[in-house]
Design a protein around this ligand. Structure first.
Ligand SMILES: Nc1ncnc2c1ncn2[C@@H]1O[C@H](COP(=O)(O)OP(=O)(O)OP(=O)(O)O)[C@@H](O)[C@H]1O
Ligand SMILES: [Mg+2]
Length: 529
């Protein structure tokens, strides 16, 4: 995150600078130093920068700076694709606005609407919301957008994707034409340009994506496994690597449920997140993950975009994602704000082509690593246990336990005693717990025209992706993750984005069989700058 600019260079108000200092931001990140001056002029903006590089503050700071304290109307609107992201962005805005006192409010589906209406009476200046619930309030006339001067679409490519398009159009129609509109994401498929033409006026493009689109501090690896080996591979990996916090992505809701239950059975502190849970459950899981009371979050793509949880050292793609974008965003939950991270993907033999496709589009070679051995897993567990024991020794406060230790040491030698203690702590009583996951179909890329190559820096791909065949059986998916090729969608209107079969869904394609329309990335430049 090296940059020449300090925040003081932008002419931000002292109270805004004070918040920045308080948060410990020393230098502006490249996307911040490039986009803040432009955003402050009021120009429209399309901002692209790698995951975890501070895009939230890049749009948040100019907003906060611009809004007069005495403003009583809603003058800014930020839209996000998921509820968790709306909550998080609202929190970050809240921190940045702490000294200035700018009032912001998250508005998302699943939360008591009466409570939201009450909060809206306190005259927030910035609303951060998911499209469905925003529309709900607009229809009830509890939110009025007549005075909105700035609109931000966070995760713009996701937001502008088909599932949300109609809602966003309806919302933006109600915002005065004389406004500033900004789009941000780490990935900007080229079709976003066309969509941006509808919503933006002569936007400035700010891109700080170097050659590779995924964040540079993420060590990316894959393990070739058969479907039935995946669970053991995961537990060995978790044991070997002992992550501080890990996010494990599964393809469907059923997968996430089964996997988080199986991990719990084996003694891991894990829980699942997907769109079929109640908002209360979702909030609880996120709270537990953020405060470290669970170490492993198992999630569908609902957690792929934007989430910023410090301490996430590992991301595991238990199932490969369909889209390279999704891969970039999923692994971007680690390696944030200058920290390092590790991303592991499980790839079944039939998915190797798909992995190469992801490599090609993201312009990054993913290293192949062997399946961790049982010995490595045991060694990892012992290492982490030893570290924890030593931490306890350093911390002292062991008086209550010293009596028994002394007694035992009178009878047995210390090596045997410690070894037995290790066996007790690390030996898995539940190793034999019978775990059977419902198998998922492999993701398959239909053979593409062999002529297709990267031309210059343009990756090949989307336009030629197979639409027919392959994919997974949709009925089998239990509504999780993304649709097959023809249907990237999977949002309900309230940002509950993986509830695929929500009744209010507007599927893009009426075909439900293998003959789906290919997911339309107009050309191949999805990671173009
Ligand atoms: N200038 C800065 N210096 C240090 N840390 C920063 C700075 N700006 C932002 N951060 C922190 O970096 C983390 C990542 O920021 P943020 O969530 O905005 O990333 P992002 O670019 O939006 O990522 P994603 O594409 O995944 O949404 C946050 O914890 C944020 O507080
Ligand atoms: Mg973000």
């Amino acid at each position: 995150m090296k940059n020449l600019n300090t925040f003081a260079d932008f002419g931000l108000e002292p109270k805004v600078l004070q918040a920045i200092t308080e948060l410990g931001f020393e230098e502006a990140t490249p996307i911040q130093s490039k986009s803040i001056p432009i955003a402050l002029t009021g120009r429209d903006l399309i901002g692209q920068a790698q995951t975890g590089t501070g895009k939230t503050a890049a749009f948040g700071l100019p907003l906060i700076n611009k809004i007069p304290k005495e403003e009583e109307r809603i003058v800014a609107l930020i839209m996000t694709p998921t509820r968790e992201l709306a909550i998080q962005v609202a929190e970050e805005i809240g921190k940045l606005a702490r000294f200035k006192g700018t009032r912001s409010l998250p508005i998302y589906g699943g939360q008591d609407i009466v409570r939201q209406i009450r909060a809206l009476k306190k005259k927030p200046q910035i609303i951060i919301g998911t499209p469905g619930r925003l529309l709900d309030h607009i229809n009830r006339k509890t939110i009025k957008l007549d005075d909105v001067q700035t609109v931000v679409l966070d995760e713009a490519d996701e937001m502008l994707d088909m599932g949300f398009m109609d809602d966003i159009q309806s919302i933006l129609k109600l915002v005065p034409e004389e406004r500033q509109t900004m789009l941000f994401s780490a990935t900007m498929p080229s079709n976003i340009q066309k969509l941006a033409q509808q919503f933006l006026k002569n936007p400035e493009h700010v891109s700080v994506i170097p050659k590779q689109v995924s964040a540079p501090l993420i060590d990316q690896a894959y393990i070739e496994v058969h479907e039935r080996q995946k669970f053991d591979a995961l537990t060995r990996l978790l044991d070997m690597e002992s992550p501080e916090l890990a996010i494990v992505f599964g393809r469907t809701k059923r997968r996430v449920d089964e996997l988080s239950e199986a991990l719990q059975k084996r003694g891991y502190s894990a829980d699942g997140l997907h769109g079929d849970l109640s908002q209360n459950q979702r909030d609880n899981v996120m709270r537990k993950f953020r405060d470290g009371s669970i170490d492993v979050l198992v999630a569908t793509d609902v957690a792929a975009r934007g989430l910023d949880v410090s301490g996430v050292t590992h991301v595991v793609n238990f199932d490969l994602p369909q889209d390279p974008e999704s891969y970039v965003h999923r692994i971007g939950r680690t390696g944030r704000a200058g920290k390092e991270g590790a991303a592991w993907s499980f790839v079944t033999p039939r998915e190797i082509d798909h992995l190469h496709f992801i490599e090609r589009i993201t312009r990054h070679k993913i290293a192949r690593k062997p399946l961790p051995s049982i010995a490595e897993a045991i060694e990892g567990k012992q290492r982490i246990t030893a570290e924890r024991i030593l931490e306890l020794v350093e911390a002292g406060e062991l008086n209550e336990y010293k009596g028994i230790a002394i007694q035992l040491l009178e009878q047995y030698d210390s090596v045997n005693l410690l070894a037995a203690a290790f066996k007790l702590i690390t030996g898995d009583k539940n190793d034999r717990a019978n775990i059977e996951l419902t198998p998922e179909e492999p993701i398959r890329v239909k053979r593409r025209n062999p002529d297709i190559r990267s031309s210059g820096r343009k990756p090949s791909g989307y336009g030629n992706r197979g639409g027919g065949g392959g994919g997974y059986r949709r009925d089998n998916r239990d509504g999780g993750g993304r649709g097959g090729y023809g249907n990237k969608g999977g949002y309900s209107k309230d940002g509950n984005r993986d509830s695929y079969r929500s009744s209010d869904r507007k599927p893009r394609s009426s075909n439900s069989s293998g003959d789906r329309k290919p997911y339309k990335r107009e050309d191949n430049s999805s990671f173009d700058q």
